[in-house]
Design a binder for this molecule. Structure first.
Ligand code: FAD
Length: 460
């Protein structure tokens, strides 16, 4: 079987690359060993947000009496929430399968391994297939990192994959790792009534984000009753007949029903015969080194998404890297631009950021002006019962160019797109001010923060 492009892995990097290659006229095959949609659709973005949406409905019912609505006997049936989540995932996976078929892409279900840079062997359920391709895109993504000493068993000591499929709400949960995934799970189970403890090795949760966003989340978690240990590691997990004891580096022991390990992810590169190609990896030997065209050091071999050495492990970045790789294969000179990548965290309230933080802008030598607005001054936020939030804009004082934005509050994962467009196009803060924002909307908080850069916010 001869192809112009063979794509290994059908996550948001791989399937988007395959569709774009087909749109541009290439003969394409897409090889996937598990489910189309990859981590994002099956074990990541979509299932977590689907369960978080269910949890939010539950929390709204709990607040109903503030709105004059009395509801008795509110119960959570987690197995039904999981069923609903499975339905959402299935619908999206089928949607991707439909698109793959519509674009006449050969979808091959099986485990791919390189024989050379242009030859791939695929072990399918029935047979072994041999494929040759002029160009190969590696998009094999990641899996949860589960160090042996934690005693992962998928029942008591779990990864995020199992945390999406429990059929009973745990009474006590210890989340090891306070990054984005750990915080989203902590928020989910806390909302459903679990006593949650986060154990984080670093001095802060959400350590990769702007300090103010991380601190706002920490304060909010504490208010909700989530216990957070920072600068503390989990030394060992002792499983019991029911549940486990988690022994911490500070000498404390926490008993719980479930442990969720979310300390990071490892790239899926161990069993694809990368050594046959002589591909260069990063210093830690974990990620495939690529240039800004998504090219590896081997001609005709590209790598995209979480498996490659670029900074962001996000679905939308994987998709764009896939498009850039394909455009280069098809003769265009495309490069990746990472200066306006939005990052979102779906806790309640949500967090979002794009571009530079204040600290990064100052480190780069900018003279910075800040604009701020608190949600408590916004009519829509108050009407919705969401007064807890803020917008922070980072602006170059000399040119007025918007450099970055950090947001904490309801719907900020949607609001971030507006400032993303401005930052991507090196637009000015005054352009947000001159744009009339509908009233009453939460988007007005962005407008007011932009006005605040000039000391002119009306409702502050
Ligand atoms: P993946 O999605 O990991 O896909 C790789 C695919 O390759 C998999 O389907 C795998 O089965 C397949 N594969 C691997 N090896 C082989 C082989 N040898 N042969 C054939 N197939 C193979 N990102 C966001 O942007 N927003 C979010 O809200 C978000 N939430 C997340 C929540 C969780 C719990 C997790 C775990 C991740 C989340 N992410 C989120 C991250 C996001 O899922 C990843 O960044 C994204 O899926 C990476 O896409 P990818 O195409 O590089 O790889």
């Amino acid at each position: 079987m001869d192809y112009k492009v063979a794509v290994l892995g059908a996550g948001p990097g791989g399937y988007v690359a395959a569709i774009r290659a087909a749109q541009l006229g290439a003969k394409v095959c897409l090889i996937e060993k598990e489910n189309v949609g990859g981590t994002c659709l099956n074990w990541g973005c979509i299932p977590t947000k689907s369960l978080l949406a269910s949890a939010e409905i539950y929390s709204k019912f709990e607040e109903a009496n503030q709105h004059g609505i009395t509801i008795d006997n509110i119960n959570v049936d987690l197995s039904k929430m999981v069923q609903r989540k499975d339905g959402v995932v299935k619908q999206l996976v089928n949607g991707v399968k439909f698109l793959v078929k519509k674009n006449k892409i050969d979808l091959i279900k099986g485990h791919a391994k390189f024989l050379s840079s242009k030859e791939i062997k695929v072990d399918t359920e029935k047979e072994t297939k041999y494929i040759s391709a002029d160009n190969v895109i590696i998009a094999t993504g990641t899996s949860p990192a589960l160090p042996k000493f934690f005693g992962y068993d998928g029942k008591t000591v779990c990864s995020s994959n199992e945390g999406l499929n429990w059929n009973q709400v745990p009474k006590k949960l210890v989340v090891i790792g306070g990054g984005v995934i750990g915080c989203e799970f902590a928020n989910l189970y806390n909302t459903l009534g679990t006593e949650v403890t986060i154990v984080e090795l670093l001095p802060s949760i959400l350590a990769n984000l702007d300090e103010e966003l991380a601190n706002a989340t920490l304060k909010n978690f504490k208010k909700k009753g989530i216990k957070v240990y920072t600068d503390v590691s989990a030394k060992s997990i002792n499983k019991k007949a029911e549940g486990a004891d988690v022994v911490l580096s500070n000498g404390e022991t926490i008993s719980c029903d479930k442990v969720l390990i979310s300390i990071g992810r490892k790239t899926n590169i161990d069993d694809i015969n990368l050594e046959y190609l002589g591909l260069k990896l990063d210093d830690k030997g974990r990620k495939i080194l690529v240039d800004e065209h998504m090219r590896t050091n081997v001609e005709g071999v590209y790598a995209i998404g979480d498996v490659c050495s670029t900074l962001y492990d996000l679905a939308h970045v994987a998709s764009r890297e896939g498009i850039v790789a394909v455009e280069n294969i098809m003769g265009k000179d495309s490069t990746m631009d990472y200066h306006a990548i939005p990052s979102c965290v779906y806790t309640h309230p949500e967090l979002a950021s794009v571009g530079m933080t204040e600290k990064e802008a100052k480190e780069k030598g900018y003279k910075v002006k800040l604009g701020r607005f608190n949600f408590v001054g916004n009519g829509k936020a108050l009407s919705m019962g969401e007064p807890n939030g803020f917008i922070k804009l980072v602006v170059d004082a000399e040119s007025d160019i918007l450099l970055g934005a950090q947001m904490f509050g309801a719907h900020t994962t949607d609001l971030i797109a507006e400032v993303g467009v401005v930052i991507q196009n090196k637009g000015k803060c005054s352009e947000i001010v001159s744009t009339i924002h509908a009233h009453p909307t939460i988007a007005e908080t962005v407008y007011e923060a932009a006005e605040d850069v000039y000391g002119l916010a009306i409702h502050a």
